[in-house]
Design a protein around this ligand. Sequence first.
Ligand SMILES: *Cc1c(COP(=O)(O)O)cnc(C)c1O
Length: 390
Amino acid sequence: MFLTHLECSECAREHAADRLQGVCTACGMPLAARYDLAAAGRALGRGEIAARRGGMWRFAEVLPARSAKEVVSLGEGSTPLLELPRLAAELGLARLSLKDESQNPTGSFKARGMSAAVTMAKALGARGLAAPSAGNAGGALAAYGARAGLPVLLVMPEDAPLANRIEAEVCGAEVELVAGTIADCGRRVAERAPAEGLFDLSTLKEPYRVEGKKTMGYELAEELGWELPDVILYPTGGGTGLVGMAKAFDELRALGWIDPHAPAPRMVAVQATGCAPVVTAFHAGAEACEAPAEAHTIAAGLRVPKAIGDRWMLRVLRASSGTAVAVDDAALLAGARRLARAEGVFAAPEAGALVAALDELSASGFLAGSERVVLFDTGTGIKYLDCFGA
Ligand SMILES: *Cc1c(COP(=O)(O)O)cnc(C)c1O
């Protein structure tokens, strides 16, 4: 176990990692887990990883669990990186691939984050778990909470996809519905969780969901022969996927597993025009996001008006020479249909947004066409039948 401490992503204050921690007690911003990466790199050579059994916990030396026994897992990780030759040809791109996160337990990449966060919450003594969710995070928390034998409270907007609500209830979670967005749900969790002795697993309000999600970055490097792609497109809501992958790339350099001088992939945040605070802030040159007056999109995972990790996300986009793009709901649904018809992957509308964004990025000249581009299919389309139905 090489976890040494937690560090605030904004003020760099250090916090102990041996007890339950939420956000930084000094400034209220997200905490990041820090490891002794030099020692971890000596303990685990990248060649040994392939010999281990599948799943994200293969990367145990750079994950927070103190023993294999305490890991709460449903077999998450080791998702395939699929080449998309037909779509690439249609779009005039040389190399286009898709990391298919829909093949995770509960049908989305949220499984990775919840596996890590629920593992640590339970190990550090939490007796119950709570989170706001507009979609897949709720289903994943309900499943991992059940797996851990801990009660779960979910607060969801009334318009959360039915599949996520039913999944959560079937897994035994208490689901409270609230009129409003995920921000209103977050306020309700902040009221109820302390009163009822539940640990708050809201996005970036505890340090370990990011640790699970960063394994997407480790797997990507591994699958590309310990090289990184030129460009990554990510459907961005709360931003854990984006900051998690950037963290992984920094750690991979410190571990000596990738060339320390290799340029970081240019990270592209894709949002829906009805809720695009990161896109607006990025192009305005702002350091933080402002919540749009009204947030609406059928892509539930993108309906995040104000993310606590907004500054961290914007730094990642700028440091990687990336950008941010918004597409409307009709375009993101069309993108999902196009991906499914061309390549047989039935993705969530959030991931459909990436296909729509590719057109814009080519038109604007951000993509020359020769780059190696990776899309993240963050969730399965099966949970959004109401969006695709007649
Ligand atoms: C949660 C979610 C997102 C957004 O992910 P963040 O890490 O919160 O930015 C994107 N797509 C799907 C399908 C999701 O469930």
